[in-house]
Ligand binder design. Structure first.
Ligand SMILES: [Fe+2]
Ligand SMILES: [Fe+2]
Length: 282
C-alpha cells in the first residue's frame, strides 16, 4: 500500500521552515510594485547573505570593471532575478548542509547547484518562459534527501552509502525502506512553504516527468534533464544510467531528439563553465 501524503507528513513530523529572508525575497520579487529598495532592506538584515552577494557580484562571473561595494550597487548591477536566485541558492545550501557536514551533504549541495544551473541553461536554450523557476526547481529537486537524512540519520545514511558504492538506486531503496521517496518528501516540504505549485510538481516528478500535470510537464522535464547532466558530470550520488527512463520521458515532453539535445549541450557546458565562479563562491 503506498503511503498517503497525510501519513507521510505525520511520519516526518516538523519540517524545516523556509528561511525568513528567502520567503520575503520571494514575496517581493512576485510583487510588481516592489522596488530595489524593498529588496535591499530585506537582504541587509542578514549579514552573511549580504557579504555573500557582494562576493558573488565581484566574482569573475560578472566581469565587472569596478568593484561593487554596496548591496544597492549589487542589486542595480545584477538585477532582481539574479539576486533572487542567489538568495534562494544560499538558503538551499543551508538546508542541504544541515546535520553533520560530510561528503554526502557537500555532494548533495553541489549536485543541486549544478542541476539548477544546467536546468536554467537548458531552459534558456528552449526559450522556456520561466527560466528562474527552472533554476529554483533544480536547486530544490533533491531537498527531500536532505530532510530524510536529518530525520533518519542512521537508516538514510546507510542507504546513501549503498547508493554511493554503486550497489543500488536511491529511489528504489527509499521506497523499499521507508514506503516513500525523496520526491514525495520534497513535494511535502515545498507545499509547507507555500511555494508555487509548479515547483512542487517539478520536484515531485523529476524522476518521472510524465506524472506531472500537463501544464507542469515541461518544468519537470527540464529539471529531469538538468539532473541527468549533473550526474553525467559525476556531480552527485548515483549512476547516470538510473535516470535513463526519466530522461527519455523528458525528451519526449520537450520534443527533443538526441541530436537537438546534443546541439544544446555545448551552450550548456559553456554556461556551466561561466558559472564556475558562482559555484566556488558558495
Ligand atoms: Fe532525485
Ligand atoms: Fe538529483
Amino acid at each position: 500500500m503506498p503511503i498517503t501524503p497525510a501519513e507521510l507528513i505525520a511520519n516526518l513530523g516538523d519540517l524545516p521552515p523556509l528561511p525568513q529572508v528567502a520567503a520575503q525575497v520571494l514575496r517581493i520579487s512576485a510583487d510588481p510594485d516592489a522596488t530595489a529598495e524593498d529588496l535591499r532592506k530585506v537582504i541587509s538584515t542578514d549579514q552573511a547573505l549580504t557579504s555573500q552577494i557582494l562576493k558573488i557580484s565581484n566574482s569573475a562571473m560578472f566581469g565587472m570593471m569596478r568593484e561593487i561595494k554596496t548591496l544597492s550597487q549589487a542589486i542595480m548591477t545584477l538585477g532582481f532575478s539574479t539576486i533572487k536566485s542567489v538568495v534562494i541558492a544560499s538558503s538551499a545550501k543551508n538546508l542541504y548542509q544541515r546535520g553533520a557536514v560530510g561528503l554526502q551533504e557537500r555532494l548533495l549541495w553541489e549536485h543541486a547547484l549544478v542541476t539548477a544551473l544546467a536546468s536554467r541553461a537548458l531552459g534558456k536554450q528552449l526559450k522556456f518562459p520561466r527560466v528562474e523557476e527552472a533554476f529554483i526547481g533544480g536547486l530544490m529537486h533533491d531537498i527531500g534527501k536532505s530532510v530524510m537524512g536529518v530525520k533518519f540519520p542512521e537508516r538514510y545514511g546507510a542507504l546513501m552509502r549503498t547508493v554511493y558504492n554503486g550497489q543500488g538506486d536511491a529511489l528504489d531503496l527509499e521506497l523499499e525502506t521507508f514506503g516513500f521517496d525523496h520526491t514525495m518528501v520534497g513535494e511535502a516540504l515545498l507545499r509547507s512553504w507555500n511555494l508555487a505549485h509548479s515547483l512542487e510538481e517539478a520536484v515531485r516528478w523529476h524522476h518521472q516527468p510524465t506524472g506531472a500535470s500537463d501544464a507542469n510537464k515541461p518544468i519537470a522535464a527540464i529539471i529531469a534533464i538538468g539532473n541527468q547532466m549533473a550526474l553525467d558530470r559525476k556531480i552527485g550520488i548515483g549512476s547516470p544510467e538510473s535516470l535513463a527512463e526519466a530522461t527519455t520521458q523528458a525528451k519526449e515532453i520537450l520534443k527533443l531528439t538526441d541530436e537537438s539535445l546534443e546541439g544544446y549541450q555545448a551552450a550548456i557546458a559553456e554556461a556551466l563553465e561561466q558559472d564556475k565562479a558562482m559555484i566556488s563562491e558558495f
